[in-house]
Write a protein that binds this ligand. Sequence first.
Ligand code: PMP
Length: 293
Amino acid sequence: MAQQWIYLNGDFVSKEDAKISVYDHGFLYGDGIFEGIRIYGGNIFKCKEHLDRLYDSAKSIMLDMPLSHGEMQDALVETIRRNGMRDGYIRLVVSRGPGNLGLDPKRCPSAWVIIIVEQLAIYPEEAYKNGLVSVSVSQRRNIPDALNPKIKSLNYLNNILVKIQANLAGVGEAIMLNSQGYVAEGSSDNIFIIKNGVVYTPPCYVGALEGITRAAIIDLCAKHGYKLKEEPFTLHDVYVADEVFFTGTAAEVIAVREVDGRTIGSGKAGPITTNLLQEFRKIVTVDGVKAFE
Ligand code: PMP
C-alpha cells in the first residue's frame, strides 16, 4: 500500500502522524469501544450490523458518540476510498478521549474516533481445509455481570491472557470457558460444534460476543436447512463433536481438527463446515455497503 491515511477525529493523517494523547482514557484505562470490519471487493461486509453493535456498546458504557450512525458510515467509506482499499480490514476505535489521570469519564469532554484500514494477514487457505489445532485454556471468560462480553470494549486483557496461553501451547486460537465451565468462545472468535447433523453454538449469555460472523452463520444454517441450537455445552461435547469451527471477521469460518489432543471427526474440515464456509464466501461481497460507486 502506498500512503496509508488514518482517520483521526475528522482529519486524514499519515500513519506516522496518527498520534493520540497519553491522557486518552482508551489508553489509560481501556475505556472505549471498537469494531473490526472486513471489506471484500469494495463491499463493507455487514456494515450496518457492525455499526449497530458499536452504538450498542457505546450506549451500554454511556459513551457519547461524536458522530451519528450515518456520519460514521460516511467516515468509514471515505477512509476506505482515500486508501483505495478494496479488500482489507477496518479497525474502528472510539475512545472516551483525553481526560486527566483520574478514571472519572466526566473529565473526558469528547470521544475520539480513529479509523485504520489495512491489509489483512489471514490463515493460509490450507488451514481452512485441514483445520486448526486448538486447546482449552485455564483463563475464564469475564463474567457478564462484571464486564459483559457483549460489549466490544477496548478492555481486551481477558482475551489477551487467553492469547498468551494459546501462544504458550503453540496454537493460533484457544477455547475459553466461562466461570461455570461451559464453553464460551475463543480469544477473538466465536465457536460452533456439530453433532449428528445439528449445529450448536453457545448462547451469548454464557459469555460471548454477539459475533457478526456468528450471526451470519446462524442465518446461513436457517437458509440451507441445517438445524441450529443455541445452547450451553461443555468441553466434553467439543471433544466428541463431528465438526468444530471458529467464526470471526478475520478468521471467517475456520475448522478445528484437534482440541486438547482429541482428533475432531475425520481430523480435517468436515462437510458442513466446508459448505458453510463456501456459502459464507458467497455473501461477503454482496451483503453490506459498497464503498466505491
Ligand atoms: N469474540 C470476540 C471476543 C471477538 O473479539 C471477536 C472478533 N470481533 C469475535 C468473537 C467474532 O466476532 P465477529 O464475527 O463480529 O468478528
